[in-house]
Design a protein around this ligand. Sequence first.
Ligand code: SF4
Ligand code: SF4
Length: 340
Amino acid sequence: MSVPLIQQWRVGSYIMKQRLQGNARYPLVLMLEPLFRCNLSCPGCGKIDYPDEILNKRLTVAECLQASDECGAPVVSIPGGEPLLHKEIEEIVAGLIARKKFVYLCTNALLLEKRIDRFSPTPYLTFSVHLDGAKEEHDKAVGQEGVFDRAVSAIKLARDKGFRTNINCTLYEGHDVGKLADFISYACDDLGVEGVTVSPGFSYEHAASKDKFLNRQNTNALFRQLFKIGQGRKWRFSQSTLFLDFLAGNQNYGCTPWGTPTRNVFGWQKPCYLLADGYAASYKDLMESTDWDRYGAGHDPRCADCMMHCGYEATAVADTVAHPLKALNVFIKGPGLTAR
Ligand code: SF4
Ligand code: SF4
């Protein structure tokens, strides 16, 4: 199952509680970046182009757990950089699990086989492995041969040891949709991962290569094509049904960046995981000092083409809880496949 039942129940209950308390802005997923250093240098990455003094910084275990305690989000995603380079990553993960947080450890998997015995399988931990397609596409995307094979080998080992595994796939301009569909089938049917996350890449100011990012219209077209090919295939996505429908251009959502707050070595990043318009010293300060209305498509030109999970998944999940019949309808029929 792409999302464990216990997680669906806990997150659903959490959202209901927030609604009953009249909280208009609440966190759903904490994006916890304990370091920016990585052992790859993918051309589309917006996280690794910092000077060494920043790349050498780490959040401590205490800082990571305090971030979780401060914001209270039920889900914690740990991207980076490469989190497995952090020498205390297993303590961070264990501390979060002890708090009953659902942890998604995002990794390129190059160190996963070596480090896997530091972790224990549990429904609270999912290894979310970065794979941008089949062997040829992924090795090209990360700029290094052999990475796909090592990641697949690590996924198989993790599956054999009973860990939950996801694949995290970023899409760029020119992606071959037929090959992408076959890759998703391979991930679900052959590798047997719990779920696949597909997101259009974001044009970071830091990204080395800026001509490869999808605009909103092309994102919608790509996902409609993808879902059309996928009809009848048994794909498991780790995203909500309404978020997938949004990617295909069928939901008119506004961005809710506070749903996915980001804590990294600089502090609490304003306003989201993608843009860095300053940092707050605490979660409370982030919520109170950010001018949230300045952001989102139609407000900030940098947001015009953004359809990333960190801006819109929380919107879609809240919509699912508010309108379960609409979500059920899309779940049964699949995302709409024609342009609106
Ligand atoms: S593996 Fe991830 S963090 Fe590392 S360089 Fe590639 S995109 Fe960036
Ligand atoms: S639209 Fe995207 S880039 Fe803009 S604030 Fe929302 S998540 Fe951030």
